[in-house]
Ligand binder design. Sequence first.
Ligand code: FAD
Length: 467
Amino acid sequence: MYDFDLLVIGSGPGGQKAAVAAAKLGRRVAVVERVDMVGGVCINTGTIPSKTLREAVLYLTGLSQRETYGQSYRLKDDITVADLAARTQHVIRREIDVIRNQLSRNRIRLIGGTGRFADPHTITVTDHNGRESSVTAAKIVIAVGTRPARPAGVAFDERTVVDSDGILNLEQVPNSMVVVGAGVIGIEYASMFAALGTKVTVVERRDRMLDFCDLEIVEALKYHLRDLAVTFRFGEAVASVERHPRGAIAVLESGKRIAADTVMYSAGRQGTADALSLELAGLSADSRGRIKVDEWFRSDVPHIYAVGDVIGFPALASTSMEQGRLAGHHACDEPVRELSQQQPIGIYSIPEISFIGRTEDELTAARVPFEVGVARYRELARGQIIGDSYGMLKLLVSPSDRSLLGVHIFGTDATELVHIGQAVMGCNGSVDYLVDAVFNYPTLAEAYKVAALDAMNKLRHIAQLPQ
Ligand SMILES: Cc1cc2nc3c(=O)[nH]c(=O)nc-3n(C[C@H](O)[C@H](O)[C@H](O)COP(=O)(O)OP(=O)(O)OC[C@H]3O[C@@H](n4cnc5c(N)ncnc54)[C@H](O)[C@@H]3O)c2cc1C
């Protein structure tokens, strides 16, 4: 009766995984996507380019080797945009190829163009030549993601005043830069450009940054970024940007004027559901272009699902993939479990941050007692070998049952290491497991054992005090 059992709009992480999940269950599946955006924001303008750029910056600047070889150590003195782009373009091309291959291997039809609803089961697709066609499906997954939010009144010119998409197309590495907004994306790019030697000023309206992270770790990051000549202007906002032939001046509401070659706005993201003619499917989006869903990612129209950034928090590629898989299975009547509540957060600042579970502040506010176990990379042989003396791993442990309440990591490989803590927490393990486990030596993973012993020693000390 329909052309497809499942039709997915958008080929980012959420859309891909929904499509693959349904195809693996033998359903007829198609994905609608613009020909130049296969892989979504994730592959083309977001996660993958930014993380590859970071890797190129770390490699070419030699930043992570300077503790060993001295502060003047560099792999290349004049790092150009071409040096950086070579690596990002290579990885993007390979990733697109992997995705195209995965779709075709699973017999998922890729329909090139932009989709919008004609009715609850019909999508009109407009291809890059403006030609229209229609396709019908029993179930539909909306995975259209977001675009950078652009504050009204700011004249983006893709050269001097840019957003997180435009930053990837700069013609040269700027000498100075203002980053507007100290969210994850703003701080990641501030780190990368500071490592390249750009004089970065971060302007943030609030008086804190990354307030969902462990406070001690955010303080450590700020210290490191200041060491790379980053200036923070908290409690300040950019009132206007004056453009000049050789750059711009960011004028703050307080009257301060900051000269910069480039001003990068990182002012949140706007869902793209507003372009889908949702009303023809009986749906609507909120003012930020997002769609409301239930725990199975169903919209108000039960055969239409939505996953990924278009449903809002946490708006990560990591969670979008899992939402897609769950929605795909649910749409195919496959038994599914709810999305795990324990999700890791990774921030690819320099140095990087990762955590899972609750922060000290959250536990204190909820009056949940905890003990802290800390391991510092400089006390680990691996930390010395790789030249990371600042990294740390912190375990928050329940004194009553010794379960792990949170794992917070700062430093090399934090985003990889967090998954050990995630596995222990996910299997309801306790800090005892980490005390008893034998870790490869010398590794950074050993930090878990050191931190676990630290927490256990403190707990034992309290238990041994006379009542
Ligand atoms: C700079 C940056 C860095 C990031 N870093 C990380 C990170 O390190 N880790 C992490 O987990 N997440 C990161 N993210 C977030 C991550 O990229 C997103 O969470 C993820 O891409 C969202 O996936 P999605 O499935 O919602 O689709 P998206 O990747 O947002 O893709 C949506 C796709 O839908 C398509 N589309 C839109 N409308 C239509 C339509 N009408 N018809 C057809 N197709 C349409 C678009 O062309 C696009 O390709 C980052 C984001 C940015 C911007």
